[in-house]
Unconditional design. Structure first.
Length: 467
């Protein structure tokens, strides 16, 4: 039995739940619906595995590099299964698999640095770092593998063990990933559990878990934080985003239109740090709307396994319903669809790529997070007005500024209330940089050395100075 799955009780058959292909709307497989009472055994095995895993940093490095090679060896199977359950184009699934392996390699080579403090006292202090213990990760359905790796790679490299729970909408590729990683990691170091609620709530509140890292919606993030508080576990929460793109009056629309379109519509708009609002100077507003709408009207939409597809379906029925609801609300409020604005006929969870104009600024598609292929474009008359509007939500994940004068664009970017600001591009991250939001967009830091140290705690040793 793979080390990534809990032991099966003889004579007990775990119930299963259906997994739907969003390109067809039909069930194509099932996954184990593991129950909350199974977590005690899972966490206990993670704790026992931690004793030896934490004590062997050189072996950890070797194992994590071997895990990266194991992921790449089954990349085709992982990518195709990911597309089947999530819907994204196959090329994007291959990129997600590659990013998963890259994260393993990056964090495998990080090591905590011991620091000595001498401050004139007869006692020297040495700051060392220790892992936390068994930790938990709860991962959403938009980037199941990449976001799982963003959590388990630094946690394991720091010497922790992990229990990983994917979304019930996308459990299959993560289960396969867990089985693949089990060939490179000791038993109990990484365990994948799948199931519907209340499995996630029980995992977040389990007394044997020392750190809970979660990516998802703000309401669920609050619930995770409350659950983890029961055992005073550390939390890292990467929550919603409503990123604004502010276009300056010197922007060359034809030069940035492709980049801006894909910053909003990649993965069918199901990206936490996608552009979700565009603010354009009033004199350029119509030109920006038409440039984006022309691309929305002509982009190839279809099943992710079709090599011609550039934009796949919305991942699941509840999210499709939300996208449809906020779009209809905007149209009722007086917005106009320059492209799209409706579900596509036929099977599957397809929504026409949509560009909205004349959108009231208080419409939910502007103030909330649509998380789908719908983009409002709003005019502004002064730059202060645009910056105030960009900052005028409870979210603060990312933002971008687009223009020809890079110094001016950078100055405007510095006024955005968010964790990451881009200039003339958006939603591009390095493995070596921190990623964090402000306001309702999150708690804690992921990525780079900052995310690595978030999986450790300081341990201070005081020793008298030699005479």
């Amino acid at each position: 039995m793979p080390a990534s799955e809990p032991d099966r009780v003889p004579g007990h058959r775990t119930p299963r739940f259906a997994v739907v292909d969003p390109a067809t709307g039909e069930i194509f497989d099932e996954a184990p619906d593991q129950q909350p009472d199974e977590l005690d055994g899972v966490v206990d095995r993670a704790h026992r595995a931690w004793r030896s895993w934490r004590a062997a940093p050189a072996a950890r490095t070797t194992a994590l590099h071997g895990a990266a090679e194991a992921v790449e060896a089954v990349g085709d199977d992982l990518a195709r299964l990911l597309t089947r359950e999530q819907g994204k184009p196959l090329a994007e699934s291959y990129a997600e698999v590659a990013r998963t392996a890259a994260r393993l390699r990056y964090f495998a080579d990080l090591a905590p640095r011991t620091r000595r403090i001498t401050d004139g006292r007869p006692v020297g202090s040495e700051i060392r770092w220790r892992p936390l213990g068994p930790v938990a990760a709860i991962v959403p359905w938009n980037f199941p593998l990449q976001l799982a790796a963003a959590k388990f790679a630094p946690a394991l490299a720091a010497g922790n063990t992990m229990v990983l729970k994917p979304s019930p909408f996308t459990p299959l590729a993560t289960r396969l990933l867990g089985s693949v990683l089990a060939t490179a990691l000791p038993e109990g170091v990484l365990t994948v559990v799948t199931g519907r609620e209340p499995l996630g709530a029980r995992l977040a509140s389990h007394p044997g878990i020392r750190h809970v890292t979660f990516t998802g919606s703000v309401p669920t993030g609050r619930a995770v934080a409350e659950a983890a508080a029961a055992s005073l576990a550390r939390v890292t929460l990467e929550l919603g985003g409503n990123d604004a793109a502010v276009l300056l009056d010197d922007v060359e629309v034809d030069r940035i239109a492709d980049r801006l379109f894909w910053a909003a519509f990649r993965n069918c708009g199901q990206v936490c740090m996608a552009v979700k609002r565009v603010y354009a100077p009033a004199r350029l507003h119509a030109e920006v709307v038409e440039a984006l709408a022309q691309r929305a009207r002509t982009v190839a939409v279809g099943a992710g396994l079709d090599p011609d597809t550039r934009l796949g379906p919305v991942c699941n029925a509840p999210q499709l319903a939300r996208v449809e609801q906020v779009t209809k609300q905007a149209l009722r409020d007086g917005a106009r669809a320059a492209a799209g604005g409706h579900r596509l006929d036929g099977p599957g969870y397809f929504f026409a790529p949509t560009v909205l104009t004349d959108v009231p600024p208080d419409s939910p598609v502007v103030t909330g997070e649509q998380f789908g292929p719908v983009l409002p474009v709003l005019p502004y008359r002064s730059l202060d007005e645009a910056v105030d509007a960009a900052n005028g939500t409870a979210f603060g994940l990312g933002g971008s500024v687009w223009g020809t004068d890079l110094d001016r664009a950078e100055a405007v970017a510095g006024r955005l209330e968010c964790g990451t600001a881009w200039i003339n591009h958006h939603a591009e991250l390095s493995l070596a940089q921190p990623f964090a939001g402000v306001k309702d967009s999150g708690v804690g830091v992921a990525g780079g050395p900052w995310g690595f140290y978030g999986n450790l705690r300081p341990f201070v040793v005081h020793r008298p100075q030699e005479a």
